[in-house]
Ligand binder design. Structure first.
Ligand code: DAH
Length: 345
């Protein structure tokens, strides 16, 4: 063994370059394995003259350490390379990462349920503008000029309400029935979901924004009995097959006669609980036979045609369905509330 031999070997170790883990292993065996070049030098070292032992011992140890360090370094580089290569490669057989699913808003869930039931009954779906004019929201619906809904404290006006046919935010979706009567071919069978606005102070039981679904059915010989049957069938689809309805006389400018409809409380089944306030009944919608004045205002011959209309509040029905106590929950986008509806997608 000579100093030159050792130096040459050291230079070779330092210049070592490997591309794969296999090449690294081969290099390790070549230098440090049982029959490796460095191991062999250590065997030769036994025969080195005593006075040279110290000198050779030192350089040999340095060589061995340098080789071991080089091998470790090469391994580390190869591992990081392998990790980044596999991260960027496409493995099309790998199952996809799952994304956290959002949940549908309770108002959307109930609106779709209501609309879906009427679709099944053969109703079309129509929508109208949220920014409407006085004609569609009030005038054509037979509201007298002095009706309180036409006051600033009940309706959000966009233009001055002294002018003729002012622009306003619709206060109910009944205006969409006017648009349907003006534009659709008879007979008309339609539901109109949408957002409405009222100038109300926000509280647990009232809000300035909410949603309604309006329904309209116009044909020859449509009767109050047809309306009753349509609403009963709807109530049983929505609240369960045991549901009963009752009608109480009411007043709306656009229907005559008018009624308010209650469904039997599906929580206590008529026994009385705090949801139905002990009555066994829950109010869900307003309805009536379309007033002939309303038909005529939209150009429909009230001698030939008759019809019924109904309107219901989506938040109210959602409140009954899930016993939501505070209307403000629907509009605050608090994830703790919204996440409760994840299973209803
Ligand atoms: N528009 C009424 C409201 O906002 C609801 C309503 C009642 C609609 C009776 C109708 C109806 O079509 O016939 O309170």
């Amino acid at each position: 063994m000579t100093r030159e031999q050792i130096e040459a070997l050291k230079a070779e170790v330092e210049a070592l370059q490997c591309k794969t883990e296999q090449e690294i292993e081969e290099a390790r065996v070549r230098f440090l394995g049982k029959k490796g070049e460095i191991t062999r030098l250590f065997e030769e070292f036994r025969t080195v003259d005593k006075d040279q032992k110290k000198e050779f011992g030192q350089v040999l140890n340095q060589l061995k350490n340098a080789a071991a360090a080089k091998i470790e370094e090469l391994k580390a580089v190869a591992q990081t390379f392998a990790a980044s290569a596999s991260a960027s490669a496409y493995d099309l057989t790998k199952p996809g990462d799952s994304y956290p699913l959002g949940s549908r808003h309770p108002v959307s869930i109930v609106r779709e349920e209501i609309v879906g039931i009427f679709r099944k009954f053969g109703y079309d779906v129509a929508e109208g503008p949220e920014v409407e004019d006085d004609w569609h929201v009030f005038e054509a619906l037979n509201f007298p000029p002095e009706h309180p809904a036409r006051e600033m404290q009940d309706t959000f006006f966009v233009t001055d309400n002294d002018q003729k046919n002012p622009i306003l935010l619709r206060t109910h979706t009944s205006c969409v029935q006017v648009r349907c009567m003006e534009t659709m071919k008879l007979p008309i069978r339609v539901v109109c979901p949408g957002r409405v606005f009222r100038n109300e102070a926000i509280s647990a039981r009232a809000h300035c924004i909410f949603h309604q679904v309006e329904g309209l059915y116009i044909d020859e010989n449509v009767t109050f009995a047809d309306m009753k049957q349509a609403i009963l069938l709807f109530a049983r689809e929505m609240f369960g097959p045991e549901t009963e309805i009752r009608m109480r006389p009411s007043y709306f400018p656009f229907t005559e006669p008018s009624a308010e409809v209650d469904v039997s409380c599906n929580i206590c089944h008529g026994k009385g609980c705090n949801i139905c306030k002990g009555t066994g009944w829950l109010e869900i919608l307003g309805c009536g036979m379309v007033d002939p004045n309303v038909l005529e205002a939209s150009g429909i011959d009230s001698k030939k045609y008759s019809g019924f209309a109904f309107g219901m509040g989506v938040e109210r029905i959602a409140m009954l369905k899930w016993q939501v106590k505070d209307l403000r929950n629907y509009f605050e986008n608090d994830l703790r509330f919204l996440k409760e509806f994840e299973t209803n997608i």
